[in-house]
Write a protein that binds this ligand. Structure first.
Ligand code: ADP
Ligand code: F6P
Length: 329
């Protein structure tokens, strides 16, 4: 193995740059030439590659977003797109590729493996929804950012005795909502993996009011509507419902921090994890491994076959943690 390449794909996540930095630094110290691919699969298909010397990643460990840039690439869903991506690797004499992204990116990677490429994945997504591992790069930062948002809202909620519905990112998963909900002291947490109803939410709010509680914080995952078969149901729909079904004295407001959760400097934990993932990915390539993702499970770095990492069911929500959240709320 002489030449490897690295790309970031799907939604950006804080820590992706630290992972690329580790790929470059560990790769170079093993005597490899490392190429950076711009804009994920889009750049691979269109051969946008550049050599990455050691100094090219100076100041990357602390920065959010992706300096290599990310893309969602429609062409990669087609066999001709996948073949073009593999052909670029051949044309540039690249023996192994590190894909930093989420489960969608690994589906694309698996297609390339079937076409003869050597690809190893590193889990870069804020959603923490990849099965087989405990953590993804960017999740910790997103949870901290959302916790900060909830803290900010708590002040107004308390001062004005209001009910706030805060929307967490996660179209298909409630991990950010659950974790930030617990750390932000939310009263109610709604996730796509656990069924709930608007009526029950109003009942819970009412019960709290009856107990003398003056303000309420509800954290709802972006995809929580899936649990009630309303995939397009958003935080502001719940705001309207609570508003219409409680006394006039109950004032409800919504807040959608949105992509704020995906940006910003990575936390120390994400920087360290990203660095470990970058190293493990290069080592997997050097060991001749293929079609797998590296990541942390029970405190250890492990290799997970891409097939399991891309299973449709996603990573399960931690029910024990959810029950605890409800118990202490
Ligand atoms: P993430 O990697 O964060 O889950 P996406 O699901 O958007 O983000 O996937 C990122 C990119 O990976 C897509 O834009 C596409 O180029 C590629 N991809 C996703 N799913 C597939 C698939 N089934 N086959 C081929 N490529 C895919
Ligand atoms: O997968 C990361 C994520 O931020 C999800 O939490 C969110 O549902 C989605 O991407 C948003 O995607 P986009 O930036 O394309 O709107």
């Amino acid at each position: 193995m002489r030449n490897i390449a690295v790309l970031t794909s799907g939604g950006d996540s804080p820590g992706m740059n630290a992972a690329v930095r580790a790929v470059v630094r560990v790769g170079r110290s093993a005597g490899l030439t490392v190429y950076g691919v711009k804009r994920g699969y889009e750049g691979l298909i269109h051969a946008e590659l550049e050599q990455m010397p050691l100094g090219s990643v100076s100041n990357w460990v602390n920065s959010g977003g992706s300096k290599l840039e990310c893309a969602r690439c429609a062409e990669m869903y087609t066999v001709s797109g996948q073949k073009r991506a593999v052909q670029t690797l051949k044309n540039w004499d690249i023996d192994g590729l590190v894909v930093i992204g989420g489960d969608g990116s690994f589906r694309g990677a698996s297609k390339m493996v079937k076409l003869g490429a050597r690809v190893v994945g590193a889990p870069g997504t804020i959603d923490n929804d990849i099965p087989g591992i405990d953590n993804t790069i960017g999740f910790d930062t997103a949870v901290n950012t959302l916790t900060y948002c909830i803290n900010q809202l708590r002040d107004t909620a308390e001062s004005h005795q209001r009910t706030f519905v805060v929307e967490a990112m996660g179209r298909h998963s409630g991990h950010i909502a659950l974790h930030a909900g617990i750390s932000g002291g939310a009263d109610i947490i709604l996730v796509p993996e656990i069924t709930w109803s608007e009526k029950k939410v109003v009942k819970m709010v009412q019960r709290r009011i009856d107990q003398g509680k003056k303000f309420h914080l509800i954290v709802m995952a972006e995809g929580a509507g899936r649990a009630i078969k309303k995939p397009d149901y958003k935080a502001f729909d719940l705001v309207d419902y609570i508003d219409a079904n409680t006394a006039e004295s109950v004032t409800v407001r919504g807040c959608m921090p949105g992509h704020i959760q995906r940006g910003g400097a990575p936390t120390a934990a994400d920087r360290i994890y990203a660095t470990r993932c970058g190293k493990a990915a290069v080592e997997a390539l050097l060991a001749g491994h293929n079609g797998l993702m590296v990541g942390e499970l029970n405190g250890q770095m492990v290799e997970v076959p891409m097939k399991s990492a891309t299973s449709r069911s996603g990573r399960r929500i931690d029910r024990e943690l959810y029950n605890l959240a409800m118990q202490v709320s």
